[in-house]
Design a protein around this ligand. Structure first.
Ligand code: HH2
Length: 297
């Protein structure tokens, strides 16, 4: 798989105030002394907020470059929409969408940190071989084949919680006794499953899965009690960007008009201990995080 000499990736603004916390992603060891901005690159016709905008590889790569210029630390490439009710696509179709984009991004003189957003083992394996250094699995590595891919490479791994096995039904009356405790238990168990096959815990990040089988109240509770997820000891990723719960709060149907609300959610998440925020609006988010960092310094 795509691995060469390891390097410690120090990130500009707080490089001399190391916390010692790291996320190991392929040949890069990322110091988590400042939050990472993960820019969303949906190479899909049907994503909930930007479907069809970057459906061909050339426009997707252009958008990735623009997000990097705006301050993205990671580009998360996805070829299958996970929106509630989504039926999913074949692995071959997904691979046809994402692989050319990963290959082109990896071929750049100074390649960005590339994440592949997939639940399919064949897609994850091919993209890691092509230069992706993070596997982002919204199903939390429940598929044994995904565990096998994780064990066979040294990519960073995002373990996300979603309720139940499929996108089509996850929003049908989701229920929990204690959403935060149940999500934390799930994430801890999935991380343990990865570690049991020899995965280095430094490669693992966890994500409560905002909007994946959760009501408005569940999402708010998860954000409010994010320190309980952080207490698992892994870096925490939060993806709230433009999601429906923000639309509910703002009474705003159009996902593109939820930008300021999304920045508010990302800022709250970072203040509560998130290490990585997954966002559509990179420039606006990076600006907010710079102000937070300056105040907190
Ligand atoms: N949310 C989406 C997709 N992937 N991955 C992680 N780790 N966390 C998330 O919250 C998350 C995710 C859904 O958002 P988006 O990619 O914008 O939409 P779609 O799935 O419709 O393409």
């Amino acid at each position: 798989m795509h691995q060469s000499g390891r390097s410690v990736h120090r990130r500009g603004r707080a490089a001399n105030r190391s916390t010692g916390r790291v996320w190991s992603c392929g040949n890069r060891v990322i110091e988590l002394d400042a939050p990472l901005v993960m820019g969303i690159l949906n190479v899909t016709p049907d994503s909930f907020s930007d479907g069809g905008e970057h459906a061909d590889a050339a426009s997707a790569v252009d958008h990735a470059r623009a997000m990097i210029a705006d301050g993205a630390d990671v580009i998360d490439v996805g070829g299958e929409s996970t929106r509630p009710g989504s039926a999913g696509i074949s692995e071959a179709a997904e691979l046809g969408r994402v692989l050319p984009v990963v290959e082109q991004l990896a071929a750049a003189a100074d390649p960005p940190l590339i994440s592949i957003d997939t639940r399919h083992a064949a897609v994850a394996r091919a993209c890691v071989n092509a230069g992706a250094s993070i596997i982002n699995d919204v199903t939390g590595f429940r598929d044994p084949a995904m565990i096998g891919v994780a064990a066979g490479c040294d990519a960073g791994l995002v373990v996300m919680h979603m309720l139940g096995p499929d996108f089509a039904t996850m929003q049908d009356d989701p229920r929990y006794d204690d959403v935060v405790a149940e999500v934390a238990t799930f994430l801890g168990e999935r991380a343990a499953a990865l570690e049991s096959v020899g995965v280095d815990p430094k490669r693992i990040a966890v994500d409560p899965g905002i909007g994946f089988g959760k009501t408005l109240e569940h999402n708010l509770e998860l954000l409010r009690r994010l320190p309980e997820i952080a207490a698992l000891g892994y870096p925490v990723l939060v993806g709230a960007s433009r999601k429906r719960f923000i639309g509910h709060i703002l009474d705003e149907e159009d996902p593109k008009r939820r930008v300021a609300g999304s920045v508010g959610a990302a800022a709250y998440a970072v203040m509560s201990g998130a290490d990585i925020v997954r966002v559509h609006d990179v420039a606006e988010t990076a600006q907010a995080l710079k102000v937070i960092a300056a105040i907190g310094r």
